[in-house]
Design a protein around this ligand. Structure first.
Ligand SMILES: [Zn+2]
Length: 413
């Protein structure tokens, strides 16, 4: 993902070694010497690339996979989301987040941004613990109503800051009736030096709430603002997003499932807007970055009737890695395999019924890849998946516990 380090638009290198030490990539190249004490993992014939960056998800929504399948956003929010979230106990929140986080890791996600609605502190403790136990790198975006806003700084200080893999964001939902709260959230984000993370114009009807104008009025338009979805931007709004270097999360599978529309990704790219890809939690039902990338390409082609439309394969691979890192202000640390960056690395094994034979490996990552082709996953140099299996995890037990939690949840409906 660094064109200056290799061939083609993605900077590919054949038959190369990746040397990792102390949680960082220290060298990439052919025939690297092996320092004493180094553990060697033979990846011959395999594809080594930076881990995927999921810039928008809600992991707790694994609690309602498959739910409200015939609803749009508003129907899904009313019948599935709102009726579920507040009833999850702290202990069961751990089980759902753990399930979703492990599913993300097994599909090759090494960094994720979780937008979390207002929770009491004891549930937040369990949410963060599930992410920490999974050892994935994450940004924890917290929403609180006015009374709960002191919890944002407290959570950052007590739960997030001590964790080497974690960072904080402030979550909001920009809308004219919430303008006072949106302003408060922006002030807290500025005080804490973190990003503001808002859902924006997922549905066209939300123009009634004028979210882009609200974000403009409170002074939040800028590189410290991440907009999720942004499907229904007008020309003027799109120009403002580009002019202020606002960051955008594209969630094509969620937008398809909820009949929300097709984001103007080619227009955003033409104006140089930094965009990442997001799974968006339960509306996508599963973590599959390969399906996400394919959808990001396919939606634009289906609309434009033009296979040359943005994004091309190399564009979408970039968006899913270094592009996502840029969108969340972490490109100096993650998103490519370059010396000095975090050793967040995945290994894909193309020797599979759905992947071989070789034609163009880069194209095949996007068009043929599936989570089960992810052979190994490293975050900060630590192996989370090796030989196609999660390390130190009993998936059967995680599933059993999530199943029991779901049964308890349904019993209280
Ligand atoms: Zn969302």
């Amino acid at each position: 993902m660094d064109p200056t380090a290799g061939q083609g638009p993605l900077g590919g290198v054949e038959h190369a070694d990746v040397l990792m030490a102390d949680g960082l990539v220290t060298a990439v190249g052919r025939g690297l010497p092996t320092p004493p004490g180094t553990q060697v993992i033979d990846a011959a014939g395999k594809l080594v690339m930076p881990g995927f960056v999921d810039v928008h998800t809600h992991l707790w929504q694994s609690s309602m996979r498959g739910g409200c399948a015939d609803r749009d956003l508003f129907g899904w929010l009313a019948a599935c989301n709102r009726t579920t979230f507040s009833r999850i106990t702290p202990a069961d929140m751990y089980r759902f987040v753990r399930l979703g986080a492990l599913d993300s890791v097994q599909s090759g996600v090494t960094t994720l941004v979780d937008w979390v609605d207002a929770l009491p502190y004891d549930t937040t403790v369990q949410y963060v613990r599930a992410l920490t136990d999974t050892r994935v790198r994450f940004a924890y975006a917290m929403f609180q109503d006015e009374r709960g806003t002191p919890l944002i700084a407290r959570t950052k200080r007590e739960l997030i800051d001590p964790l080497p893999l974690a960072s904080a964001q402030v979550a909001t939902h920009a809308a004219r009736p919430l303008q006072g709260l949106n302003r408060l959230h922006w002030e807290i984000a500025r005080d804490l030096g973190v990003m503001l993370n808002s859902h924006v114009l997922e549905r066209g009807e939300q123009h009634a709430d004028d979210p882009v104008r609200v974000l403009t009025d409170i002074g939040a338009l800028g590189p410290r603002l991440l907009m999720n979805h942004a499907v229904h931007l007008t020309d003027d709004e799109l120009a403002a997003v580009a002019a202020h270097d606002v960051r955008v999360a594209h969630c094509p599978l969620s937008n398809m499932r909820l009949a929300s529309g097709i984001m103007r990704l080619p227009d955003l790219a033409r104006r140089g807007v930094k965009v990442g890809l997001g799974q968006d939690g339960g509306t996508n039902d599963t973590s599959d970055v390969f399906a996400l990338m394919k959808a990001a390409i396919g939606l634009q082609r289906a609309r434009a009737l033009d296979p040359a439309v943005f994004p091309q394969v190399h564009d979408v691979l970039r968006i899913a890695t270094i592009g996502g890192a840029e969108a969340i202000g972490m490109a100096d640390r993650i998103g490519s395999l370059a010396p000095g960056k975090c050793a967040d690395v995945i290994v894909i094994d193309p020797a599979a019924l759905n992947f071989a034979p070789r034609f163009d490996w880069v194209n095949q990552v996007v068009f043929n890849g599936r989570p089960e082709n992810v052979h190994a996953v490293f975050v900060g140099g630590r192996p989370l998946k090796l030989g196609g299996r999660l390390v130190g995890v009993e998936p059967d037990r995680v599933v059993r516990e999530a199943e029991a939690a779901a049964a308890r949840l349904r019993a209280t409906t």
